[in-house]
Design a protein around this ligand. Sequence first.
Ligand code: NAP
Length: 287
Amino acid sequence: MLSKGVPMPTTMPMISLPGGETVAALGQGTWHMGDSAGKRAQEIAALRAGLDLGMSLIDTAEMYAGGVAEEIVGEAFAGRRDEIFIVSKVLPENATRRGTIAACERSLKRLKTDRIDLYLLHWRGGPPLTDTLAAFAALIEDGKIRHWGVSNFDTDDLEELWELDGDGCATNQVLYNLSRRSIEYDLVPACRKRRIPIMAYSPIEQGRLLRHAALKEIASRHNATPAQIALAWLLRQDGTIVIPKSADIARVRENRDATRVQLGDSDLAALDRAFPPPKAPRPLEML
Ligand code: NAP
């Protein structure tokens, strides 16, 4: 496979945030890290290995393992804070003006840092968006977060957001992979028009994609793995950040090597046949 016998990784592709700052296009997810105390050392080792390979954008959330995933991120990168770009998220039930600020402060403690690089509203909930945005503005003012964004926002949520704040949002983190292409119909074009990167979560559909025959076939042609093909397909999309999660160092290396895969026209056509692009709008899916 690509990850074997080729010690030097390719240059990490970078994606520009709306303000011009660049971040690694291939980062690391942390959902389910911290669920089992016995796996903690392995999870920390995997995150560190990913950073060593340039996967410096780390996605976490106050929700993951009730905050333990954030503690793991804090422990994994102790002493290396300046090398990473931390993304974390406030739960909608906490996303009032005061609640967002309190949640962020709890996250900062668990992460053992003084700032979160990008702070997202995890999904739309009860509190008015104006209150969450006011809290994000206050947190930026205080230097506790550097950018803010949203997650699981469909096109109507984005319209509402843009009415309130046309320029501030740095990303929309959504479910996007070969088997979940409905966002290509309207949400991706809407974000591209505003130059807002999409952050593709569950990029290998939590492993379920890897059994697909078309992926296996293309992978064998490239001497690659199905995961590498699925990730390479996302990485070639404009303005798309991809955040696979793995607590296994060999798989982290494998995922990192997806940046080597160059899909050709015949591969892309085969993937379109196996995973057809949308022909009509559909509500945004979430996991
Ligand atoms: P994913 O990254 O598509 O898949 C993760 C699963 O695939 C894990 O079970 C992992 O197991 C396995 N895996 C990883 N690389 C592999 C490889 N090369 N070969 C075989 N199996 C592999 O799913 P995800 O964790 O749902 O999504 C990624 C990240 O996105 C999350 O961790 C989280 O940070 C974020 N997310 C955000 C939202 C949101 O609502 N905003 C929702 C879902 C996810 P091992 O760990 O054992 O390798």
